[in-house]
Design a protein around this ligand. Structure first.
Ligand SMILES: C[S@@+](CC[C@H](N)C(=O)[O-])C[C@H]1O[C@@H](n2cnc3c(N)ncnc32)[C@H](O)[C@@H]1O
Ligand code: SF4
Length: 449
């Protein structure tokens, strides 16, 4: 079967697996706050190191392609109460820890972290850092919007220990930029990238998206070439997730006829990949590229790459604390998500209450499946087939189709996805997902290709 036919065959809706089980499959009725707190405590007993993800939801202007959880406002008075709420939430978590946690990984995501003033960010970060141990090797990063990330932002966060920044680039073509309501000149991206490098950031990443309205091979070539001229250490090359049914009107600024789909969309990815590889970047996991000098690449080489709600990471703290509206965290055997409603998130913290609204406790089978899916997504292989077959003896039979299509090999214990199969790793992961039958019926995931 050639690539065109394979794409037609496997271009189905499917999860991105930043968690397993995926959020729609969580067993919410069996979850309660106390179980979550117990799992965080138990996990901490095993491993004192933690990661923190902080969601900073505000943006000044709406990009019509955006699938993130954001709140659009130009009123900067919202900063202060939000930062206070985050610090209160952190105090709630601190009360669970019997010793000072070691903060290995810290990520500010959004929305737009650089919407907040450097002063407010400093208050937040130093409020947290004063209560933890900072190990010599730590990875602290933030998502910066090139249009509002200032030298003061970069310097303030660097002085607090930040060493990574990712800039939202998306696409440089003017027609595409207009359609997604994100007009952003190359010069601006150049300026912030060079500033970050001068200040001392060791990992600078650019986010690009393929599958956006009006993109063509020629426009992708131009965007990639401009990106390469700035020499970022890493690249995210995301598949455009078209999910207007959950994102309301935000994604309706263009017509679905304007979107490249199926083979046309995949061709854009293949073109970008070819150009990145020619320039010395290597594909790390799904949708990510890194230079051999970047820690993400080194982690893949040493099989230390991980995947969680922050995407691909080089650290593996078992407790990941999610702070902020809509944030998701995990212990070793549980997930929890905060209130997605900004007003009630703030209100709960004002009242000293935990803002967690739902979660999931993993069964033994789910723990194994989570590990297998992470293996596949990070390393394109897993050595846990025998263990898994105790739950599903039919797994070998299910994998057979991918073997026949030349996408993978496997024996009793080890399954390996080959180069050609990488584009379909989500489809392969889906075979292990015992929840899919219930949730796949609803159109809540984006397409896999
Ligand atoms: C929170 S934003 C980055 C920070 C900042 N708000 C900005 O836009 O520059 C995270 C990234 O998610 C990606 N993203 C957002 N919506 C997406 C979608 N529908 N499909 C694929 N990627 C998307 C974009 O590349 C974006 O830069
Ligand atoms: S892409 Fe970034 S700036 Fe645009 S709406 Fe989404 S989070 Fe906000």
């Amino acid at each position: 079967m050639n690539m065109k036919e394979l794409i037609q065959k496997y271009d189905v809706a499917g999860p991105r697996y930043t968690s397993y089980p995926t959020v729609p499959a969580w067993n919410i009725s069996e979850f309660n706050l106390q179980d979550w707190q117990i799992d965080i405590k138990n996990t901490f007993k095993e491993d004192q190191s933690i990661g923190i993800y902080i969601h900073l939801p505000y943006c000044e202007s709406l990009c019509t392609f955006c699938a993130c959880h954001k709140h659009i406002t130009i009123n900067h008075k919202v900063e202060e109460p939000y930062i206070s709420a985050l610090l209160k939430e952190w105090q709630l978590y601190l009360s669970l820890f019997t010793r000072k946690p070691i903060l290995k990984e810290l990520h500010l995501g959004g929305g737009t972290p650089s919407f907040f003033s450097p002063k407010q960010l400093k208050k937040l970060i130093s409020g947290i850092l004063d209560t933890v141990t900072i190990p010599d090797i730590h990875h602290y990063g933030f998502e910066g919007h090139p249009m509002n990330t200032s030298e003061e932002h970069l310097q303030t966060l660097y002085d607090l220990g930040f060493n990574r920044v990712s800039f939202g680039v998306q696409d440089y073509d003017s027609k595409v930029q207009k359609a997604i309501h994100r007009v952003q000149p190359f010069e601006k991206v150049k300026e912030v990238t060079e500033l970050a490098r001068r200040i001392g950031y060791t990992s600078i990443s650019h986010d690009l998206v393929y599958g956006l309205p009006f993109q063509t091979p020629a426009s992708i070539k131009e965007t990639v070439s401009k990106t390469l001229s700035l020499n970022p250490d890493r690249l995210s090359f995301y598949s455009y997730a078209h999910v207007p049914w959950i994102k309301g009107n935000g994604q309706r600024g263009f017509s679905e006829d304007d979107l490249p789909l199926g083979n046309n969309k995949r061709a854009l990815y293949e073109l970008g990949k070819e150009l990145f590889e020619l320039a010395g970047y290597q594909e790390v996991g799904m949708d990510h590229f890194a230079k051999p000098s970047d820690s993400l690449f080194k982690a893949r080489e040493q099989r230390e790459l991980h995947r969680n709600f922050m995407g691909y990471t080089t650290e593996s703290a078992k407790n990941l604390i999610g702070l902020g509206v809509s944030s998701i965290g995990n212990g070793n055997r549980s997930y929890a998500q905060n209130d997605k409603n900004l007003k009630s998130y703030l209100q709960k913290l004002e009242n000293g209450q935990w803002p967690v609204i739902k979660g999931h406790l993993l069964t033994d089978r789910e723990v194994l499946t989570r590990d297998i899916i992470e293996d596949l997504m990070c390393h394109f292989q897993t050595d846990k087939l025998i263990e898994y077959s105790t739950y599903d003896a039919d797994i070998y039979h299910k994998l057979e189709g991918f073997k026949v299509d030349g996408l993978m090999t496997f024996d009793n214990q080890i399954a390996k996805v080959n180069e050609k199969g990488r584009a379909f790793v989500r489809n392969i992961a889906m075979l292990f997902d015992s929840h899919l039958n219930e949730s796949e019926k609803k159109p809540i995931f984006s397409r896999t290709i």
